[in-house]
Design a protein around this ligand. Structure first.
Ligand SMILES: [Zn+2]
Length: 188
């Protein structure tokens, strides 16, 4: 399985935590910033690809209100990650408390399902479950020991965070590494 690829204009990053995957719904595709939360239809497309590629629970319908909520959640995750890399403990705690407090979190395992999928909001609503899962994932990602591997990509125009697998890694992907080398070469 590749670490990073696109399907129907959606960036798929199977090995990243869901909070980082969700942040990656906004990414640089080599020409421009692509944003899956630009319209409800694009958001539905993003969830459809997540279901198809990563067997995630389907979120079939996104209306204007849901889109606003998703944007707010994504901004919240971005703020927490920024503070986590800035290493200011009070700011991390404040932003994370705000994020976690903004969603209903009550994990439950629904009965009579073939797979043990967790309903993170406990209310039978796939979108609410997704949002609760993202908030929890964000909390784990900025906690020890995971936070030591959390990095922001240094690739030209890249806006992605990634989990660092090797000490020498500076980029989310080979694509960004190549772009950085090309840019360096062009400057010489
Ligand atoms: Zn990158």
């Amino acid at each position: 399985m590749k670490a990073q690829y696109t399907v129907d204009g959606v960036l798929v990053r199977p090995f990243e935590p869901i909070s980082t995957q969700f942040l990656s719904s906004r990414f640089y595709d080599g020409r421009t910033i692509v944003d899956a939360l630009e319209t409800p239809e694009l958001a539905e497309q993003w969830f459809a690809v997540m279901t198809q590629e990563l067997s995630r629970p389907p979120v079939a319908h996104v209306d204007a209100g849901a889109l606003d909520a998703l944007r707010g959640l994504r901004d919240g995750v971005a703020t927490v990650y920024e503070h986590a890399l800035g290493n200011n403990r009070d700011q991390i705690a404040d932003s994370l408390n705000a994020l976690v407090g903004s969603v209903e979190i009550a994990p439950a395992i629904p009965k009579r399902k073939s797979q043990a999928l967790i309903d993170f909001a406990g209310r039978g609503n796939p979108l609410e479950s997704f949002m609760a899962e993202v908030a929890l994932s964000c909390a784990f990602t900025v906690s020890a020991p995971q936070v030591a591997q959390l990095e922001k990509c240094e690739g030209p125009n890249c806006v992605l965070y990634y989990t660092r697998m090797r000490d020498s890694q500076h980029w989310c992907s080979n694509t960004c590494g190549n772009r950085a080398r090309v840019a360096r070469h062009a400057r010489k």
